[in-house]
Write a protein that binds this ligand. Structure first.
Ligand SMILES: [Zn+2]
Length: 353
């Protein structure tokens, strides 16, 4: 029989991480812009933090650019910015912001089939280095296929300006790779889903590096941002190798996405993921207590009520999270967890009282 297997992997070509690397924006654009102009997608706040400076740097380098200030990452805003960037003749998209602006930028670049440069203003999650974007369609935020950034410019000075809460959340997002890998192995055993040990090894390495250095993750220290960002980038590499978010997104992310929809405006992504990770460890029969301690060490609360998430919402989120991405098989299975099972898992792990 002929060998017909093939795989496509897309990697980020240039990664700049460190103090003041935002200055590299013109070089990166020159290298990756084949034709057209530069569309900078950013938000009101992130424009002040980074967008404005990027635009000025490009102006100084005589590179034609325009700033598109966007609101949340929903279908309406995505269609609007895609249309406007197309009319403008964008040949490259720069996403400058936290989660939602990078998501909009990623999806705009995907829609227009042009390269994306990711310039994160916060180290709060691994989306800054992943090939997927969360876009709200109707009531649900769905994680969709987008593009892998051709370049990531992670300026630790800029990122160290955000409140500590975001840094902790970013660390939690990477630490939770632990349960994502357990889910992936589980799906491999039960469903025969293809498993990449190299991708899993890198994702696990990123998680363990942060677990071991949890005591070094501190507020107002640029080096802490460096530490977390490095592992966010390693997580990104694992996703590039797997050509999917599998190594960094399992049941804990399904639970996080469910909370995002059912309890909006409460916990931020990394915090939701931490809650999901602890209960997922429990469901896998693993040492959830250890995970709880790791999150506590970096100052992440592991109680739903601390975020204003009501017990019944937390239970419903856990029961129904599997519906969000039915193709992503995890320990949550394919039918709703019984109310009793979900409630007791959350009580045992102290997530609810
Ligand atoms: Zn995440």
């Amino acid at each position: 029989m002929e060998f017909e297997k093939f795989k496509f992997m897309q990697f980020t070509r240039d990664i700049y991480v460190g103090h003041g690397v935002i200055n590299k924006a013109p070089d990166v654009v020159r290298k990756n812009l084949l034709r057209g102009n530069v569309a900078i997608i950013t938000g009101h706040n992130t424009f002040k933090i980074a967008g404005k400076e990027i635009s000025m740097l490009l102006d100084e380098a005589s590179i034609e650019n325009s700033v598109f200030i966007c609101d949340k990452a929903d279908e309406e805003n995505l269609n609007k910015v895609t249309r406007e960037a197309k009319e403008y003749g964008a040949g490259i998209v720069i996403g400058a912001g936290g989660g939602s602006k990078i998501d909009l930028a990623k999806k705009t670049a995907y829609n227009l089939d042009i390269p994306l440069v990711s310039i994160p203003t916060t180290p709060s999650h691994d989306g800054i280095a992943s090939p997927r974007a969360s876009i709200k369609r109707g009531n649900w935020s769905v994680s969709e296929e987008a593009v892998m950034p051709v370049s990531i410019i992670a300026d630790t000075y800029i990122m160290s300006k955000v409140p500590y809460r975001y840094l902790k959340a970013g660390a939690a997002d990477v630490i939770s790779n632990e349960t994502a890998i357990l889910d992936w192995k589980f799906a491999n055993r039960i469903k025969g889903e293809e498993f990449s040990s190299s991708a899993a090894a890198i994702a696990e390495y990123a998680s363990r590096e942060l677990v071991e250095r949890a005591h070094l993750i501190m507020p107002e220290v640029e080096e802490s941002v460096w530490l977390v960002t490095k592992q966010i980038l390693a997580s990104g590499t694992s996703m590039a190798i797997a050509a999917s978010s599998r190594p960094a997104s399992g049941s804990e992310h399904l639970i996080a996405h469910a909370l995002e929809t059912m309890a909006p405006g409460t916990a931020i992504h990394g915090e939701q993921v931490a809650l999901g990770c602890i209960v997922a460890m429990f469901l896998h029969g693993k040492d959830w207590k250890y995970m709880e301690n790791v999150f506590k060490k970096i100052g992440i609360s592991t109680k739903a009520s601390d975020y204003g998430i009501r017990d019944n919402i937390m239970i419903e989120a856990l029961r129904t999270a599997h519906r969000i991405r039915p193709e992503r098989f995890t320990i949550l299975g394919e039918v709703d967890l019984s109310y009793h099972a979900a409630e007791s898992a959350l009580r045992i792990t102290n997530i609810i009282d």
